[in-house]
Design a protein around this ligand. Structure first.
Ligand code: ZN
Length: 221
C-alpha cells in the first residue's frame, strides 16, 4: 500500500506513522530521516541539503524530491511505503505524482489526521522537558510531574523548549494552513483522502486509521 500521511504539528503524526508502517509492513519514509541518512552518509544530496541548512535556509523541493525518489526505489519499498512529512506543499505533491507516473504506480490513500487547533496548542505548549535528559518528558495537563517544575525520574529541572512556545506553535500552524493544507484539496480531487480524528488514546487512533485505509482499499477495487 502506498500512503501519504498528513496532519498538523502536534497531531501525533510521527507516532502513528511508525505504528501504521509496522502494521502494514511497509517502510516508513520520513523527510527528517531522509535528511539525516543522506547527511550522515555524505551523499551528494546530503551535502547539498546540509549547505542550505547550515546557511539557515529551507532545503529546496528538488533536493527533497530527489532524496524521496532514491528511497522509494529501494527494494523494501517495492510493495508500498508510508510517506511522512512529504509532500508538504502542492508543488511537491505534483512532483510526487510525476515521479509515481514515471514508475507506473499510484498512491492508494492520503490519510489526514485531524486535530482542533486549540488542542494542538495545548498539546505542544504544555510540554515540559528535563534539562538532564530530553527523554524525560512531561505535560502540564496530560502527564504532570508530581512536583511542578521538577523531573519525577531524576529530579532535574523541567523547562519548555523554545520550539514549543505558544507563539512558535501558532506560527507552525500558520505555515501548515497555508503550505500543506492545500495538498488535501489536491488529493481530494483524486478521491484519495481519508480524514480521521487524531483525538483519544494512541491505540484507538491507529485502529481508526487502519479502518479508514481498509475502506479506501475496498472502494478502489
Ligand atoms: Zn529527568
Amino acid at each position: 500500500m502506498r500512503i501519504v500521511l498528513v496532519g498538523p504539528p502536534g497531531a501525533g503524526k510521527g507516532t502513528q506513522a511508525v505504528r501504521l508502517a509496522e502494521k502494514l509492513a511497509v517502510p516508513h519514509i520520513s523527510t527528517g530521516d531522509l535528511f539525516r541518512a543522506n547527511i550522515s552518509r555524505q551523499t551528494e544530496l546530503g551535502k547539498l541539503a546540509k549547505s542550505y541548512m547550515d546557511a539557515g535556509n529551507l532545503v529546496p523541493d528538488e533536493v527533497t524530491i530527489a532524496m524521496a525518489k532514491d528511497r522509494m526505489e529501494q527494494p523494501d519499498a517495492e510493495g508500498g511505503f508510508l510517506l511522512d512529512g512529504f509532500p508538504r506543499n502542492v508543488s511537491q505533491a505534483e512532483a510526487l505524482d510525476r515521479l509515481l507516473q514515471s514508475e507506473a504506480i499510484t498512491l492508494d490513500a492520503v490519510l489526514d489526521l485531524e486535530v482542533p487547533e486549540e488542542e494542538v496548542v495545548k498539546r505542544i505548549a504544555g510540554r515540559r522537558i528535563c534539562r538532564n535528559d530530553s527523554s524525560h518528558v512531561f505535560h502540564v495537563t496530560y502527564s504532570p510531574a508530581k512536583q511542578e517544575g521538577v523531573c519525577d525520574v531524576c529530579g532535574g529541572e523541567l523547562y519548555q523548549r523554545d520550539d514549543d512556545s505558544e507563539e512558535t506553535v501558532r506560527k507552525r500552524l500558520e505555515v501548515y494552513h497555508t503550505q500543506t493544507e492545500p495538498i488535501i484539496d489536491y488529493y481530494k480531487s483524486q478521491g484519495l483522502v481519508r480524514t480521521i480524528s487524531s483525538l483519544g488514546p494512541v491505540d484507538e487512533i491507529t485502529e481508526r486509521a487502519l479502518e479508514a485505509l481498509k475502506a479506501e482499499k475496498a472502494e478502489n477495487k
